[in-house]
Design a protein around this ligand. Structure first.
Ligand code: K1U
Ligand code: ZN
Length: 167
């Protein structure tokens, strides 16, 4: 088990666009296992590889109460968006900050499993919100980018102050 350091907003590495995964090998399987360990240790429901400074299109999620239903999405692509819904979001890269973001309510997504086989998922509610949030990470976008400039500036000040106070 390895816990990977999670990048903190506004680290510029969070704004990189992730590259597609081309090799479905043991190195990929190890990275996904480490991402799951990291997500569970941080009490998150999702994690994108870019958050652990790996610019590859990999997402892990687990929305189960028992933390026993890990799902892996390699090279995820949103193929359909349905309706709109406002949901409270948080982010492991923006600790302690929560705000409402409006996104599609229902999604259809194509992705690959760890072995490279393709699958389609149709979902809605929190899983759809979480997957859109994670795919945004792969495209170099953080949920606070949807908030007003004033809110973004207050969040940066708060996180900077918190980082100073921990030293
Ligand atoms: O990407 C991340 O940083 C993980 C993030 C996923 C997420 C949560 C909620 C809405 C959209 C995306 C988190 O896991 S934040 C922590 C968390 O568990 C949580 C926060 C708010 C609501 C529900 C769960
Ligand atoms: Zn996030």
């Amino acid at each position: 088990m390895a816990l990977l350091p999670i990048l903190r907003y506004p680290d510029p590495r969070l704004y990189k666009k992730a590259r597609p995964v081309l090799e479905f090998d043991q190195t990929l399987a190890r990275l996904v296992a480490d991402m799951l360990d990291t997500m569970y240790a941080a009490d998150g429901i999702g994690l994108a590889a870019i958050q652990v400074d790996v610019a590859l299109r990999i997402v892990v999620v687990d929305l189960s109460k028992e933390r026993s239903d890990p799902k892996t999405f390699i090279n995820p692509v949103l193929v359909e968006l349905r309706g709109v819904r406002e949901h409270e979001e948080g982010c492991l890269s923006v600790p302690g900050i929560y705000d409402k973001v409006t996104r599609a309510d229902g999604i259809t997504l194509r992705a690959q499993h760890l072995d490279g086989s393709s699958f389609t998922l149709e979902t809605d509610g929190l899983l759809a919100t979480c997957l859109q949030h994670e795919i945004d990470h792969l495209d170099g976008k953080v949920f606070v980018d949807y908030l007003s400039a004033l809110k973004q500036s207050r969040i940066k000040t708060k996180l900077r102050k918190r980082a100073r106070d921990t030293f």
